[in-house]
Every structure is written in C-alpha cells, then in structure tokens.
Design a protein around this ligand. Structure first.
Ligand code: TRP
Length: 346
C-alpha cells in the first residue's frame, strides 16, 4: 500500500446553534489535533442544503461555526479553515464518487433513514448522496485521519469502501499515471474521549441537540456565564450521591453525563473525577462543574460574540482558507481526471 502524508480533515454543518456537544465531541478535539497534524477544518454548507435552509440563516450559521472554530483556538494561519462551497473540487469529485458508490451501499446508511423518516419519496437526492459528498470532502485532500463522532462511523466506512473501489477499478490507470498501487488512502476515523456523546441536561438518555424544544436541555456556546450556571443548576440528577467508581454510574444516565462533561472539560478520565467527588452530593459537584464550565466556555462565548460583530473579518479568513484548500484539491482532481480518462487542457 502506498504511503500518504498524514493529514486531518473534518467538517461541521452550519445548521443550528452550536452547543456543548458540538464543542466536546468535535471542536475541542479539532483544536488538540493541531499540535500533531496538518489540519483542514471545513464548514460544510453544501451538506446543509440537503435539507431546506433559509438563505440568511445559512450564511449567518456558516460565520458562527467559523467564529466558534477561531474562538476555541483553531489557528487559521497554520491550518486551513474554509467553507465547502468555495472549493468546487468537492462537488466535482463527489460526482465521480456517485459513479463509484453502489446503491446497495447507500441503502444501508442509517443516517439517511433517520433523516428521511417516513416520507422517503420526498427526501432530496442530495440527502441520499450525502455520504458520497462527505467522502469527496475527505479524499479530495487525501486526508488520512478524520475526527468524528460515533454517529459518523458508518460514513467513514463508506469513505474507505469508495477509496478502495476507486483504487481497484482504476488500478492500471493509477499505476500508468505514476501513482503507484493506490491513489486514495484508506482514511482512519478518530473517535474517542470521555464525552464524545454529550446527553441532554433534561434527559440523560437523549443526545444534547439543537432541535430539543427546551433550551435548558443544552449549553449553547454563546450562553453567558449566568445562563451556564442556571442550566447546570436545573440539570436533572438522581437522589444518590456520586459513586466512587465508574461502575457505579451504570443505570444512572444523568450522573454519567455530568461526570463525563466534567471529565472532558478538565481533560481527565471519569475515574479521576469520581476519585475526587465520590460520595459528594450533586449540589457540591454541580458548583464545581459550573466553575469549570464557566472558566472553559466563558472566554469562547465572549470571543464568538466579538467575532460576530465583524463578519468581514470572518469572510476574509474563509476566502484565504478556500484558496489554500483549492491549492491542495486542484491537483487531486486533475489526477482523478487523468486516471478516469477525462480529456482536459494542460
Ligand atoms: N456528516 C458530518 C456530520 O454531520 C459532517 C461532515 C461533512 C464531515 N463532511 C465531513 C465530517 C467530512 C468529517 C469529514 O457531523
């Protein structure tokens, strides 16, 4: 198998306000990856329109996700931050992948089934082909590592299947054009951390979600400190004190969630947290959690609000990122065209 330069790619959809789940499950890990890899972080606006988006909202959410990236500590000069629609190579490669992926593969995608719901006939073709565009996002940069949540694992497997089928079907042409025995890498998902799944503060068995009607179910990244405190104070718990060991969290989803959030914010394990707070009442633990959350999230919210006041600055960062992304994507697409047999001017 050919060797590929290590590179991280990940994407976040600009739909709905960002919350603690997006931060701990994705953005915080994106920040950490910067020390070890060259990273490309993309606001996937083309994925967003697979379901209806109000145009003004889409633009403002795209800027808000970008602001969250920057506020959380992603460095757009050393790494790349941009929005997907500005680099048309994503869409071009996605078309080729539409012709590589099989109907049978897409029919197995659980996210499509969930999002399309009962009225499948009325789902957009884009929603169905969503995973092919996601594979194109990743492979147009020949990215080797993708930090994602558990829910995206199946899409990453599909990305590997597409890369493998492309490498196999065009193997002779790939070799003939000087690319050795494989053109696309088999990308590794990076899944992990104590809180890759942050649950609702009102119901520990449901994911924290932007679409939950109760704002008390989630901590938004733009929540000011008093709102963060209020929401954790009202967060559902159970009557027992905290256990001293992780096994004691079994069957206690709310306790498990709050301990997981604390651990992730503090960069320690749940076992560590319980060593300190085992036997404590929730009131004690919650005050410590509020202090920690306000310390970690407060500055991010403040910076996001500051950046929101200067959309021109955000747009300039996205334009610069898009240009640098294109410089990597364009040669990939030229090679793909040669491999497939598309005639192009030189
Ligand atoms: N599907 C991802 C999500 O909903 C977003 C996404 C689009 C993505 N393209 C990607 C994630 C490429 C990782 C890599 O969370």
């Amino acid at each position: 198998m050919a060797q590929f330069t290590e590179r991280v790619f990940s994407g976040v959809q600009p739909t709905g306000n960002l919350h603690l789940g997006n931060y701990l499950g994705a953005i915080k890990r994106f920040v950490e990856m910067q020390a070890r890899y060259d990273c490309i972080y993309c606001v996937v606006d083309m994925h967003a329109i697979t379901v209806w988006q109000d145009p003004k909202e889409l633009a403002s959410q795209t800027r808000e996700v970008t602001a969250a990236f920057l506020a959380a500590g992603i460095d757009p000069r050393r790494h790349i931050v941009f929005n997907q629609s500005q680099v048309s190579e994503h869409a071009e490669l996605a078309w080729v992948f539409n012709c590589v992926a099989r109907l049978g593969w897409l029919n197995r995608m659980t996210q499509f089934k969930e999002k399309a719901g009962k009225d499948r006939e009325n789902a957009s073709v884009g929603l169905y082909a969503y995973p092919n565009l996601m594979a194109a996002d990743i492979l147009v940069y020949r990215a080797t590592h993708v930090p994602v949540g558990e829910d995206q694992k199946q899409h990453l497997e599909l990305t590997r299947d597409i890369a493998q089928k492309f490498n196999n079907d065009w193997s002779e042409s790939i070799a003939a054009h000087g690319h050795g025995d494989a053109f696309f890498p088999l990308t590794e998902p990076l899944i992990g951390g104590p809180a890759t799944r942050v649950m609702s503060l009102r119901d520990g068995t449901r994911k924290m979600s932007k679409s939950d009607p109760s704002d008390y179910s989630r901590i938004n990244l733009t929540d000011p400190p008093d709102a963060i405190a209020q929401k954790f104070k009202k967060a559902k718990t159970d009557p027992e004190p905290l256990p001293s060991e992780e096994a004691g969290l079994a069957g206690r989803p709310e306790a498990d969630n709050l301990v997981g959030i604390f651990a992730a914010l503090k960069d320690v394990t749940k076992a560590n947290v319980l060593r300190e707070y085992g036997g404590a009442q929730f009131s004690t633990f919650k005050s410590a959690l509020i202090d920690l959350a306000v310390t970690k999230l407060g500055p991010i919210g403040t910076e996001m609000r500051r950046l929101a006041a200067d959309p021109g600055h955000i747009d300039a960062i996205l334009a610069d990122g898009a240009e640098r992304a294109r410089a990597i994507a364009r040669p990939t697409l030229e090679a793909v065209k040669d491999i497939v047999g598309f005639v192009r001017s030189r």
